[in-house]
Design a protein around this ligand. Structure first.
Ligand code: PHE
Length: 379
């Protein structure tokens, strides 16, 4: 009897001592949030982003984690919109206590998240948000804890405009844009500026809203102007609608767009013959790319798109920087990231003074129901 009591007391004491150590300065797990649109109009963006980041986490954990801690993902559906993104960011920071956020995909969600992150001393790395305002505030100052793993839209818009002018011999373009979407508006403006600077003419500039379903009024203007290029820098769900209606109207301009077209749900019939700029192609033969494609396919049974590749890259850049910083302190990790150089799937990355990677873009062509790699364009 007495021996058993002693054993019980010893066990209880051991448990208390162990849990006191576990709750001390060195936690055994490192929580990292993944904020992405897992439902709604652009759900494929979120699913790929989550899967890419989770693959990186799995690999780090299999290799002992980071700084001896296992990485614990906290995944939230931030829906690619400002309101949902802010509440998801507040939830993971206040309730889960995360100090590191991977996300969002869409610039209109990443920009408000960056404000919440800065106010709470949390580091954010967006895999794919390309609008300049993600990492830079309205006074032109770099947000000290905010980074991205992708190029930015002044570059993406210029690459598209140059390709239209030089490779397609275009002289005129129509541009259709959702004025209320930071990414779409920004990319439309950067394309227009570069197209005109290169001697082209933007003959139609028409806006719509995110709720619009019927684009016949603005497409009539496009039909009348008969441009060489129809530039639609929106996400695939909206592009599918506009492109199908443009075909019905008999518009035969070459359709072009940006990274927002990258989805298994892009309507390849409606945008047939078109081109879009992107971050990566799974057909790229570099060993880093082919190695990642093989691992991703083995894990999920499908081809990784650019969102999956960049989320994988963003996660690896984050964990590498935490390791280099030597402790999971957001400001120290930010310093390690800002000064680091990283060999990842989408290329070799160093950050400029605005925490933007300098890296190439690819051009993809849609022909006969397939998306084909055309070329890589360096900055
Ligand atoms: N660049 C887009 C944005 O900033 C997001 C995106 C990236 C979408 C890559 C698809 C592919 O909103």
């Amino acid at each position: 009897m007495r021996v058993r009591n002693l054993v019980i007391v010893a066990l209880v004491l051991a448990t208390i001592v162990l849990s006191a150590c576990g709750g001390g300065a060195q936690p055994k797990t490192l929580k990292v949030a993944i904020l992405a649109p897992l439902s709604g109009d652009v759900a494929t963006f979120g699913q790929s982003t989550r899967d890419g980041a989770l693959l990186a986490i799995k690999e780090w954990n299999e290799n002992g984690g980071v700084l001896g801690m296992q990485i614990e993902p906290v995944v939230e559906d931030s829906q690619c919109n400002a309101e949902a993104a802010v509440s998801a960011a507040n939830k993971v920071i206040q309730q889960d206590g995360v100090k590191f956020i991977i996300g969002e995909v869409c610039s209109s969600a990443s920009i408000p998240i960056s404000e919440v992150a800065m106010a709470n001393g949390v580091l954010q790395i967006s895999p794919t948000s390309t609008n300049p305002s993600v990492t830079v505030d309205e006074n032109g100052n770099t947000k000290s804890l905010i980074f991205r793993a992708c190029f930015i839209d002044p570059f993406q818009g210029t690459v598209a405009a140059k390709f239209a002018l030089e490779n397609l011999g275009a002289k005129t373009a129509a541009v259709l844009l959702d004025q209320g979407n930071d990414y779409v508006r920004g990319l439309a403006e950067f394309f227009r500026d570069a197209f005109e600077a290169g001697g082209g003419q933007v003959v139609v500039w028409e806006t719509y809203t995110g709720e619009d379903q019927d684009f016949s009024a603005i497409l009539t203007k496009v039909k009348d102007a008969n441009p060489d290029i129809l530039y639609m820098p929106d996400y695939y769900s909206t592009v599918n609608l506009i492109a199908a209606q443009a075909r019905e109207k008999g518009i035969d301009a070459v359709m072009m767009g940006g990274d927002g077209w990258d989805s298994p749900d892009l309507d390849l019939t409606a945008v047939d013959g078109g081109y879009f700029t992107n971050h990566y192609s799974s057909q790229d033969q570099r060993p880093e790319v082919q190695d990642f494609v093989a691992k991703y396919k083995a894990e999920y049974g499908k081809e990784p798109d650019a969102l999956a590749a960049l989320a994988y890259d963003a996660a690896n850049i984050l964990f590498e920087s935490i390791k280099n910083a030597g402790e999971p302190d957001p400001q120290k990790v930010a310093d390690a990231m800002a000064g680091g150089s990283f060999d990842v799937v989408s290329g070799h990355i160093t950050f400029d003074e605005h925490h933007n990677p300098i890296k190439p873009a690819v051009i993809l062509h849609i022909a006969d129901g397939k998306v084909e790699f055309v070329t890589t364009i360096a900055p």
